[in-house]
Design a binder for this molecule. Structure first.
Ligand code: NPQ
Ligand code: MG
Length: 388
């Protein structure tokens, strides 16, 4: 089988084998959330989305930077990503035609960190490439699935009753897995109640770094609830303490925040820090890294699934393409557009069928139409970047 990461070196089917980028547009678009989303690190009511569009060869590709407004989930923000893209990353792509994804990744590599900013550009480039080659993004990356299983992530709620109501609602809609956001004081009791009502539900929890190794005995109380996984219980950049905790838990640990590259994924597996990996294209710096992490885990039989960052339809469509790869065996945090937004930036919006799957589109690029009118209506800022 062809390794997914080999697409890194597939050349572009355009003139000179290289693609000249003519313009990059960076814009911010505010979308209100249908309901507030609360995690162990904070609560938001709306999402300020950073969109990137990249023009070249007569087509436009779209990407999304998943950074939040505040540096809570990670150090990146809408502000830092906008600065780094405008002043460093975009100029590195506009300076000379791009040969392939590996070439693009190499141009961005000298700049340390800022993975979400880099990923936004990789996403837009890959959509553009797929459109130019008249194939779907999932085909371009070597994915084969035509539907992907999905779950839903439920934020911390004001009351247990409200949580239980939401669990019922999303199970009724077909979602295959429920993930509960937890923090000290909103964990064992909550999980016990959800499990009591739904004995065979595929159930997991995500702590977003809210615990330390000193909480080992407390976290062990979760073992009796037959959780699919405990996601990122400890520090955001830790692998060592997670390895120690995993060695003492039956429940599988899944790493999210701590896996920021293929190198970190290798270390995590070598150390035994986790038995499952959540792959977010943004967190790891784009397709170039995400595909390598997928290939590594697939070869080792480590399950992976696609994480979510409350993306607009543009980021969501990229997640669907990624999750169509064969190693994504667990349901992803890829919900319907309507789970978060009254109206999405793409047409049609993403829908979840009653069997808890989302279709992986066959059309060129993202496989959805970008709703320019609605994007324009919600745009707060636009920056146009061109070669000089
Ligand atoms: C996670 N996502 O898996 C993240 C955390 C998260 C769907 O649970 C703004 C931007 C708000 C990014 C809230 C889900 C966010 C965010 C939560 C990411 O850990
Ligand atoms: Mg997480």
């Amino acid at each position: 089988m062809q390794k997914q990461s080999e697409v890194l070196n597939q050349t572009v089917g355009v003139v000179d084998d290289r693609l000249a980028i003519e313009r990059i547009e960076l814009r911010t678009v505010r979308l209100p959330l249908n309901e507030p989303f609360e995690t162990s690190f904070g609560r938001i009511d709306s999402r300020l989305i950073v969109l990137l569009s990249v023009q070249g060869g007569g087509e436009t590709g779209w990407g999304e930077v998943v950074a939040a407004e505040e540096p809570l989930y990670s150090y990146e923000t809408v502000g830092t990503a906008s600065h780094v893209i405008r002043d460093y990353l975009a100029p590195a792509l506009l300076s000379e035609p791009i040969r392939d994804l590996a070439d693009l990744a190499q141009r961005l590599a000298p700049f340390r960190g800022h993975n979400m900013a880099k990923a936004g550009l990789e996403l837009a480039y890959m959509d553009l490439l797929a459109r130019l080659q008249r194939q779907s993004l999932s085909q371009l990356i070597g994915a084969t699935r035509d539907r992907v299983p999905v779950g839903v992530s439920l934020g911390i709620q004001p009351t247990l009753d409200q949580l239980l109501q939401r669990v019922d609602r999303y199970l009724g809609l077909g979602y295959q897995r429920i993930k509960l956001k937890i923090k000290p004081g909103w964990d064992v009791g909550v999980v016990r109640e959800v499990r009591r009502r739904h004995p065979s539900l595929l159930l997991s929890v995500d702590a977003n770094c809210a615990y330390t190794l000193a909480d080992e005995d407390h976290l062990k109380k979760l073992e009796e609830f037959d959780l699919l996984m405990i996601e990122q219980p400890l520090e955001h950049d830790d692998l060592i303490d997670h390895a120690q905790l995993q060695s003492r838990l039956q429940t599988r640990i899944c790493l999210d925040e701590s896996v920021t590259s293929i190198g970190r994924a290798k270390q995590a597996l070598q150390l035994g820090s986790c038995r499952i990996i959540n792959i977010k294209i943004g967190r790891v710096g784009g397709y170039s890294q995400a595909l390598q992490i997928h290939d590594l885990c697939y070869s080792k039989g480590i399950p992976v699934w696609c994480g979510g960052m409350l993306e607009s339809g543009i980021g969501r469509a990229h997640n669907i393409a990624l999750a169509s790869l064969p190693g994504f065996t667990l349901p992803g945090d890829i919900s319907a557009s309507s789970r978060y937004f009254a109206r999405d930036l793409i047409v049609p919006e993403v829908t979840v069928s009653s069997d808890g799957t989302v279709a992986s589109p066959r059309g060129p690029g993202l496989g959805f139409d970008v709703d320019l009118d609605y994007i324009t209506a919600r745009t707060e800022t636009v920056t146009r970047l061109e070669p000089h």
